[in-house]
Ligand binder design. Structure first.
Ligand code: SF4
Ligand code: SF4
Ligand code: SF4
Length: 585
């Protein structure tokens, strides 16, 4: 432990602790624009400068470890003047149109300008305005708001290992851009949105579909159905000032109904269905021994990453569509048939914690119903905005259930939103499918939590099944490299089943979550999903009565021909240069 003082307050901190974090322990928050608790410090913005007695110059608190006997000052007149000047310089090259900015009231630059006492309103831009990149179906990039903090590059390169973004040019001309300046939509970007949730300002945001959804809601000729992903129920409350991870399933249904949706249904229903399809696929693969390990396919960011960097593994992928897309295919077929609605009049909207889902719903193969299966995807942030616009406050809503037909769900479905949840749900049902008996203790703790790669061995009536779970594409890359190596050397992998989620923490850490997220918040949201699982009367997907009715009345059985047509998909090889589909060779 190191002893030092921060503004005359004595502190002790483990060796290697940065002055920034040591100061926090002493009760002083040093302002910063580039530092983020989940990323390595880069020292780009220089806002966190401090003075250390006896050491000349100002030091960046994020990059300087606290040393024995240090006497640190965090807000002397010199420091405060320097910070103010740095913020003024940033603002002199910034489109300061806060009132129309997506980050208004949630912007770290706006807060900092207020903290350091900037009180001049009219900063005329010194540089030329740059074009806004709208080439991606998921994400908009506005370089005129970028403060060059580097967080997006760090998360894209170091956490996701995608490397879609880089710094280009120097000095005043410095910009963050994509390869050949071709735009995110023409790059290897996997649409995960991790850059969006780490950006401190309004330079990155989702491509909004709120106008289109309002139009559908106001059109009396349309029947607008909505589905909500498992993770949204532990995120939406944050949009209305509720504590992180508040579970608002019932309030969410009530607010969506009041917003004007004609049917409030559940992605959780098709999460249960996914388990029936994927669990059956797992049993088939375990029986035949072919294409093991089976790898999950719910996360569209992961799918594009796999198609780009690991397309050799396509035969190992589950062919089951994600719950979002299974819902889309059923809403315009089974649901329309049961309810007697013309499927051409159905507008299918999904509420997702994810920006990559916007990409997934527009994939050309996602039209098994004869229409685009899911018409619009809204992130948790977008539906929060729509609800506020309609004068709704989720906090004040009563608890209401979802509608019938595609609304019932079990605890197994709700945990899909946390890393390890799909694996745990699949094991609960695979056990029953193989043994005919129920797994007594349904909680598979080794696959829970935020460790990068988790492993477990499950005993299914004498058959040992080794499973692994990875969250974030960086961890998936490590795991897949190991699997490929094992297959190359030994002809098979030690694992039989692998779950991958593109985002750190799983969907509770998706690119569509509320602003200001970090790993601690993601963990809290995951715990809330496990709480909902424990509170539900049914906790195994194969117990969902509406799923059983769907098979009985419409699909016949898991992996039937009809189920394959509607609920399964295929994958492509993509170029590592521009992420585009490669022509079949
Ligand atoms: S990024 Fe922040 S400071 Fe800039 S316009 Fe948006 S809200 Fe205002
Ligand atoms: S969306 Fe994901 S892959 Fe694309 S630039 Fe952002 S972090 Fe990188
Ligand atoms: S886009 Fe956002 S995260 Fe990336 S460098 Fe600019 S301000 Fe930072």
């Amino acid at each position: 432990m190191i002893k030092a003082t921060i503004n005359n307050v004595e502190i002790e901190a483990p060796e290697g602790t940065s002055i920034l974090w040591a100061a926090k322990k002493a009760g002083f928050t040093i302002p910063t624009l580039c530092n983020h608790p989940d990323l390595k410090p880069g020292g780009q913005c220089g806002i966190c400068v401090v003075e250390i007695e006896g050491i000349p110059g100002l030091k960046r608190a994020c990059m300087t470890p606290v040393g024995e006997g240090f006497k640190v000052k965090t807000h002397t007149p010199r420091i405060m003047a320097t910070r103010r000047q740095l913020v003024e310089l940033i603002l002199s090259n910034h489109d300061t149109d806060c009132l129309t900015c997506v980050k208004n009231n949630n912007c770290e630059l706006q807060q900092l300008a207020s903290i350091v006492g900037i009180n001049v309103h009219d900063y005329s831009r010194s540089g030329e305005r740059l074009p806004i990149d709208r080439s991606s179906v998921s994400i908009v990039r506005d370089p005129n708001k970028c403060i060059l903090c580097g967080r997006c590059i760090q998360v894209c390169s170091n956490v996701q290992t995608v490397d879609a973004l880089a710094v280009n040019h120097r000095g005043f001309d410095t910009v963050i851009t994509t390869a050949f300046d071709a735009g995110l939509g023409n790059s290897v970007c996997i649409n995960c949105g991790q850059c969006v949730v780490h950006c401190p300002v309004g330079a990155l945001y989702e491509k909004s579909a709120t106008e289109e959804v309002w139009e559908a809601l106001h059109d009396p000729d349309k029947f607008v159905v909505v589905q909500e992903a498992p993770a949204v129920r532990v995120m939406l409350g944050e949009e209305f000032g509720m504590p992180t991870g508040s579970l608002v399933s019932g309030k969410m249904h009530a607010a969506l109904r009041r917003l004007g949706f004609d049917a409030v249904l559940e992605t959780n229903f098709t999460a249960d269905l996914t388990i029936m399809e994927e669990g059956t696929e797992l049993i088939d693969r375990l029986t035949s021994g072919r294409n093991l390990p089976l790898i999950t396919s719910c996360s569209p960011g992961w799918i594009k990453f796999m198609e780009t960097y690991f397309h050799d593994m396509i035969p190992h992928m589950s062919t089951a569509k994600s719950p979002q897309q299974m819902f889309g295919a059923l809403a315009k077929t089974y649901y329309a048939e049961v309810k007697g609605i013309d499927p051409g009049k159905i507008v299918s909207v999904s509420i997702m914690p994810c920006t990559a889902k916007k990409f997934e719903c527009q994939r050309p193969e996602m039209n098994a119903s004869g229409y685009q299966d899911v018409d619009y995807v809204l992130t948790t942030r977008e539906i929060g905005r729509m609800m506020r616009e309609a004068g709704l406050d989720v906090k004040e809503m009563p608890d209401e259930p979802p509608d019938d037909i595609l609304g019932d769900y079990t605890g197994a479905a709700t945990i899909f939103g946390a890393t390890g949840g799909v694996m745990e749900a699949a094991v609960r049902s695979a056990y029953r499918l193989v043994t005919g008996k129920e797994l007594e203790n349904v909680e598979i703790k080794p696959v829970r939590g935020l460790q990068g790669i988790k492993e477990a061995e499950i005993d299914i009536d004498g058959t040992r099944v080794k499973v692994a779970v990875a969250h974030s594409c960086g961890q998936a890359r490590k795991l897949l490299n190991k699997v490929q190596d094992q297959i190359a050397k030994e002809g098979k992998s030690e694992y039989q089943f692998i779950e991958v989620m593109a985002c750190p923490g799983g969907c509770v850490g998706g690119g569509g979550q509320s602003w200001g997220s970090n790993m601690a918040k993601r963990a809290r949201r995951g715990e809330s999903l496990y709480e909902e699982d424990r509170s539900l009367p049914l906790r195994r997907s194969h117990e969902n009565p509406s799923v059983l009715a769907l098979y009985e009345k419409f699909l016949e059985k898991p992996n039937s021909e009809k189920a394959h047509k509607l609920l399964h998909t295929h994958y492509y090889k993509r170029s590592t240069v521009d992420g585009k589909i490669k022509p079949a060779s």
